[in-house]
Design a protein. Structure first.
Length: 334
């Protein structure tokens, strides 16, 4: 499925954003891209996989009633919204991300979802999140007012759905995916008088798909989700301590190691891999938001050796810790 919205380099008005970095120098293109994402969605930071490689991306965003509908085509990159950004930019919309080409992951709270082949997920701008395009990708992003979606699906249901991939292999999920692709392709032809009707239909269908998927989760699923959160919270409390093993965490929360591994397997990962990723995520936040030296950050996130930490960080994020900090400072320089 592909949304065939037109692309050019011109800027648009009245709630619209349009940008292509194709003809821009690499550094200027990255700055302009970060500005376009902030203007279209909310304040976010960007991790570039290869700083010296040319970066090509395009976005067209148009208002449709109370919604903003965007088509994004881009080389691989990751966007991150941190607590500091939430404090400086209190945007509270929901963002629906639908991948039409390539693949991306969304992560929020304890949830992570893989989006591909028309799958979509919801993220909440009031909480930290990560959206990572693992390949060249195309996506449709719908920015929806918080109250309007919650009035149709309740906050509890939406909170349970954020960060998850919504199934689109059949049922209403498939209908929503197809409908959003059509809306994005025809967005310029939607008249002002009918845009409110289209926006209402989008919200109704998305709420229906989310409610259907979450309601199918059994009581056992919910118990397992609560147990997983308890284990993850206990692990997060000891990110700084490399000697605090998974076995100790399991004993603290009164669970067997076998059960702990089963909980993580339902999310497609392992306790060790999850802890490793959280430590690196925490290091990334400390590099961007504090003046702590790399050695101190290494110690705070539970790495015994600064060289090992630097190699792990570079392997995961594509740049060294010091280069990541320099890039973050450059992006936020007035």
């Amino acid at each position: 499925m592909t949304a065939n919205a037109p692309m050019d380099d011109s800027a648009c008005t009245a709630g619209s954003v349009e940008l292509s970095t194709r003809e821009l120098a690499s550094a200027e293109g990255r700055v302009r891209w970060a500005e376009a994402l902030d203007a279209t969605f909310c304040e976010m930071d960007i991790d570039w996989p290869q700083d010296r490689r040319p970066f090509t991306a395009q976005i067209v965003a148009r208002p449709v009633g109370s919604l903003s509908v965007s088509v994004v085509r881009a080389d691989p990159h990751t966007v991150v919204r941190t607590p500091a950004m939430i404090e400086s930019d209190p945007a509270d919309d929901y963002l629906l991300c639908l991948i039409t080409q390539g693949a991306a992951t969304i992560s929020q709270g304890e949830h992570t979802g893989l989006l591909q082949h028309g799958a979509f997920g919801i993220i909440d701008a009031t909480a930290p999140f990560v959206v990572s395009g693992a390949t060249e990708f195309e996506q449709i992003v719908v920015r929806a007012p918080r109250g309007q979606l919650a009035a149709r699906a309740t906050y509890d249901v939406i909170d349970d759905a954020t960060g998850r991939a919504i199934a689109v292999d059949s049922g209403i999920g498939r209908l929503v995916s197809s409908f959003l692709v059509d809306v994005a392709a025809q967005v310029q032809g939607i008249s002002v008088s009918s845009s409110g009707t289209v926006a209402s239909a989008v919200l109704d269908m998305v709420a229906g798909a989310v409610t259907e998927q979450i309601s199918h989760r059994t009581a056992t699923d919910r118990i397992h989700a609560a147990d997983l959160r308890a284990v993850q919270n206990a692990m997060a409390d000891h990110l700084h301590d490399p000697d605090h093993t998974i076995a100790l965490v399991a004993a603290e929360v009164g669970m067997s190691m076998r059960y702990v591994h089963k909980l993580f397997s339902t999310t497609g990962t392992t306790p060790r891999a999850w802890l490793y990723a959280r430590r690196l995520d925490r290091a990334r936040a400390l590099l961007a938001q504090t003046d702590l030296c790399v050695a101190d950050i290494c110690a705070q996130v539970g790495f015994r050796d600064a060289s090992h930490f630097s190699r792990a960080f570079s392997r995961t994020f594509g740049v060294s810790p010091s280069r990541y900090r320099a890039n973050a400072a450059e992006r936020h320089r007035p």
